[in-house]
Design a protein around this ligand. Structure first.
Ligand code: SF4
Length: 333
């Protein structure tokens, strides 16, 4: 039964990939199956990796342009043209998500791009993943209000911990960010899922937790989401929070509605995780043939684990092998 279910999902995904194979997009990615957002089409508003933070846990590597300057990093029209091309056939999506390897609110056209979607594709739900820094800016707060769902993050409430974990652009105060989030959510009509990325020993001391809880209670998110390390960050030696620790923190933050979204939680959702991995493999090989090393880097899994997933897809004949110069590559049949 499970086998049939995987096979159905995979065939559906291949159908999506095949229908899109003649199009190339520079600023759209996916659609990817996401635990939080279902089938989500990603929109990259800034080139890799322009950010106003340089978080120690960032999975996208070091910030290459550390800035608070808002501008048209990618021409607004180029992004709108790609969205038009992609959406004109009404693909089935749960969300169009503004995110990427950088901070999307740094794009000065974010409000206009959102307006374009609202006017031309009102049936789609929109989401924004942001590091919250620009919530202190009144214009940004106004521009992002039309999103259906916003997923901001707040990992520290004291300036000292904020500096050490998030390593902001100089002069940014975490108190202003917290005030911006409070102000924004007073009149925001959508859902606000606030993420707290837990780094044991760094931002979960008794004092920091007390300050964070007080900030969360003032911000009043729809829900709080506890996350921790899945993959290596930019700084070595960071350790993930255990599932037990996340459960403790969830209790601590009561009565704020809180979910655990770290992968530790996925021990209970292994089947779901497998699906994500299979989708990711299919997506990667649909773009270009990939070796085990390529896939294991993309998935952040060991080559043994990666091989087990590849064997599963080979058995289903959803991918095929091709040997070039002695190296085995995997491709779409
Ligand atoms: S805000 Fe996001 S993209 Fe920017 S450094 Fe932190 S984790 Fe990376």
């Amino acid at each position: 039964m499970l086998h049939f279910f995987f096979s159905f999902i995979i065939h559906y995904y291949i159908w999506i990939l095949k229908n899109l194979e003649n199009m190339t997009f520079n600023y759209l990615f996916g659609p990817i199956p996401s635990r939080r957002l279902g089938i989500s089409l990603g929109v990259d508003l800034v080139p890799h990796k322009i950010c106003n933070l340089n978080c120690v846990y960032c999975e996208s590597g070091k910030t290459t342009l550390h800035t608070t300057v808002r501008k048209d990093y990618i021409p607004e029209n180029s992004i709108i043209t790609e969205l038009n091309t992609y959406l004109k056939d009404n693909p089935k999506l749960d969300y169009i998500t503004f995110s990427g390897a950088g901070e999307p609110t740094l794009h000065s056209g974010i409000g206009n791009i959102l307006k374009f979607l609202k006017s031309n594709y009102p049936g789609y739900k929109t989401a924004l993943i942001t590091n919250s820094l620009l919530f202190e800016n009144r214009d940004v707060r106004k521009e992002i209000k039309p999103f259906h769902l916003i997923l901001p993050s707040l990992d520290a409430a004291s300036q000292e911990v904020f500096q050490s974990i998030n390593r902001p652009y100089k002069g940014i105060l975490v108190s202003n960010i917290i005030n911006g989030l409070i102000e924004f959510n007073k009149s925001y009509k959508g859902q606000l899922w606030l993420e707290y990325f837990v780094l044991p020993g760094l931002n979960d001391t008794d004092n920091e937790l007390k300050l964070l809880k007080s900030a969360f209670q003032k911000i009043k998110p729809t829900k709080l989401q506890l996350n921790s390390l899945d993959r290596p960050g930019t700084v070595s030696g960071l350790v993930p929070a255990s599932y037990e620790r996340l459960v403790e923190l969830k209790d601590f933050f009561q009565p704020i509605p809180t979910d655990i979204i770290s992968r530790s939680d996925e021990v209970k959702h292994l089947d779901h995780l497998k699906q994500d991995i299979h989708f990711s493999i299919l997506q990667a090989v649909s773009r270009r043939p990939c070796s085990i090393n390529d896939l294991s880097q993309i998935l952040s899994l060991s080559s043994t684990e990666t091989k087990a997933h590849i064997d599963f897809l080979l058995e289903l004949k959803e991918i095929r092998e091709e040997v070039q110069n002695g190296v085995t590559f995997y491709c779409i049949p």
